[in-house]
Write a protein that binds this ligand. Structure first.
Ligand code: EGU
Length: 434
């Protein structure tokens, strides 16, 4: 039905090439107020036609926060059906021993999604249109007018009531924010890069157990393997860029794997390993923080455009989806008045996104500094045991982040507090022991 008392508002989502985050956010609103908003999504390229996403990792972890966002728009089941549930990690020691560590209780799983399979359903909403091959050249912070370059070389100018910038870590929308007074921005590249290798199926079956995140923790380097629907595994090697430079020939690759990941050589295949290792250069990882997330009542940043995180907490997509969810909650609270909603979104969301960016970086620093397989097993053991003894008092940080909607910054606060309590317990029992 049409709501004649409110003029229809035009929202423009820019970006969403990779996970169609935008599309989802637009749909969320539209799902409940179809007649009040039209949403147009502009992307640089059509992810559905892209055969390979050059250099970008194809795997995305979907956990509670992301699922809640999808649920709100009735997309949870469709998306979840395309994911592979992972209930545990599998730690591979240097001597070939494999040790599983569950993520949480029974039923607490993280779904592994493929980039190309994530939401395309936006067009099922009649007021939503997807446009591809449109490059944003510029936009006006005064009028909200955007200039796009189309594939045929022609330019197009479009006016919007609200611009949603979901155009990734190197956001074109965000460029205008940088020119504003009192806009904070920082970006940090970490010294590690990553490289992806494919482990093929064996006799049509997964080469290793599929419902696990396989991890080879080796201090400064680490490899993980993630299952795909086609029964392959994507192996991701994380290593400092200078170390990548030391491995330049096929024989050196084999030598390196023989030393650190010997059990994977027969599974990936020595020839494939020698070849695929050099297929693409190691990819960089960047962390981006900024604030505020809005510019007057015209524009708002979401997802990686607002907060690119390093991939060491498996929360990038979840944090982005939760941005949409929080935005919608505020839209409801404040009667969809953009001039009130946008500042409130910044106020509520910045501390949480900064907290998850910090946590992801913390996990990177921790893994890089002293995580070998024994240490990894020990730490998770301590966390889970304390939780078992005092389930209400000690909730592992990982559980709060991955399986609840506890605000990220509150999870961090609580974690610091729990650490203090734990230390007090350890100290007082030592004291009594003396
Ligand atoms: C895809 C691409 C172990 C990195 C993170 C754990 C993914 C990732 C972990 C990529 C690790 C790392 C988690 C998932 C996931 C662990 C997670 C998917 C990492 C904390 C281009 N991470 N991914 N954490 O689970 O929660 O212990 O790099 F080695 S899925 Cl890196 Cl669950």
């Amino acid at each position: 039905h049409t709501n004649y008392t409110h003029p229809q508002k035009k929202t423009f989502c820019v970006g969403g090439n990779t996970i169609h985050l935008v599309t989802v956010s637009a749909c969320m609103r539209l799902a409940r107020h179809r007649s009040r908003y039209s949403a147009i999504v502009r992307c640089l390229m059509d992810i559905r036609q892209a055969k390979i996403v050059k250099g970008r990792s194809i795997n995305l972890a979907l956990s509670h926060r992301g699922r809640q966002a999808l649920k709100q728009v009735g997309m949870e089941d469709t998306i979840v059906s395309k994911g592979i549930p992972m209930h545990s990690r599998m730690i591979h020691s240097l001597n070939g021993t494999q040790s599983p560590i569950p993520y949480g209780k029974k039923g607490q799983v993280t779904l592994l999604m493929q980039r190309l399979d994530t939401p395309h359903s936006a067009e099922t909403y009649s007021t939503t249109k997807l446009n591809f091959a449109h490059k944003l050249l510029n936009w006006s912070t005064e009028t909200g007018a955007m200039t796009f370059l189309r594939a045929d070389g022609t330019k197009e100018e479009i006016q919007a009531d609200l611009i949603v910038g979901c155009d990734g870590a190197f956001s074109a929308i965000r460029k205008q924010f940088l020119r504003q007074s009192r806009f904070n921005f920082s970006q940090t590249y970490i010294p590690h890069g990553y490289l992806e290798l494919t482990m093929p199926p064996i006799n049509g079956e997964f080469a290793m157990k599929p419902n696990y995140l396989h991890i080879w923790p080796r201090n400064t380097f680490m490899m993980i393997a993630l299952p795909n629907l086609d029964k392959t595994f994507t192996c991701t090697l994380f290593m400092p860029f200078d170390e990548f430079e030391n491995v330049t020939t096929g024989d050196q690759v084999i030598e390196f794997f023989q030393k650190y990941f010997p059990d994977t050589i027969p599974l990936i295949g020595a020839d494939a390993l020698k070849r695929d290792y050099f297929r693409l250069p190691a990819q960089a990882m960047v962390s981006v923080k900024c604030s505020p997330y809005h510019l007057s009542d015209k524009c708002v940043l979401m997802g990686d455009a607002a907060h690119a995180v390093v991939p060491f907490y498996g929360q990038g997509m979840n944090a982005g989806f939760e941005d949409c969810l929080v935005f919608n909650e505020i839209m409801d609270q404040l009667n969809e008045d953009f001039s009130a909603v946008l500042p409130e979104y910044t106020r509520v969301r910045v501390p949480d996104d900064h907290a998850i960016a910090d946590l992801a970086m913390y996990n990177y620093v921790e893994m890089r500094s002293h995580v070998n397989s024994k240490w990894f097993l020990f730490r998770k053991y301590v966390d889970n045991t304390l939780h078992m003894i005092m389930p209400r008092t000690v909730i592992p940080l990982y559980t709060m982040v991955t399986f609840t909607r506890t605000r990220y910054h509150e999870a961090v606060k609580r974690w610091h507090w729990q650490d203090k309590v734990r230390n007090d317990i350890v100290h007082s029992s030592l004291y009594k022991g003396l």
